[in-house]
Design a protein around this ligand. Sequence first.
Ligand SMILES: [Zn+2]
Ligand SMILES: [Zn+2]
Length: 153
Amino acid sequence: MIFSNGSPVKTTPDRLNTVIAKLRERGCRITPQRVAILKIFLNSQAHPSVEQVYEQVKGNFPTTSLATVYKTVHLLTEIGEILQIGSAAGGNRYDGNKPYPHPHLICTTCKTIIDPKLRLVEQFTTEVAKTSGYRIVSHQLDFFGICPECQKK
Ligand SMILES: [Zn+2]
Ligand SMILES: [Zn+2]
């Protein structure tokens, strides 16, 4: 299990190919639309919603349906290559760039979501495991606030 908080990862062609291979293994048909959807989710650090990705893909592939984007998210969730951000964030926001558990910072005004740099998450996890006897497999840690841009308004 990776609990790293490293800086945002630029998705390598390798990761895209790995994800495509995993989907193929499940009998999933890889269309150019689906590759476009995958690329957006895997490269975006903006934690997009399904609708936002749909709007982006539609530019190049006008026949894409919202259902296809939902289906792709569902498949990515099943193979552990995308992280759904806690429903406290309004649901429907995803991180396909860093699919492992990590904290999020959510602006309650403009709904921007970023990955705050935190060094203590690993320590938290170790402490929770030690004091409870649980083997920790995941966590959800969301912070809410008002971003600097919104504070200016
Ligand atoms: Zn804001
Ligand atoms: Zn994130």
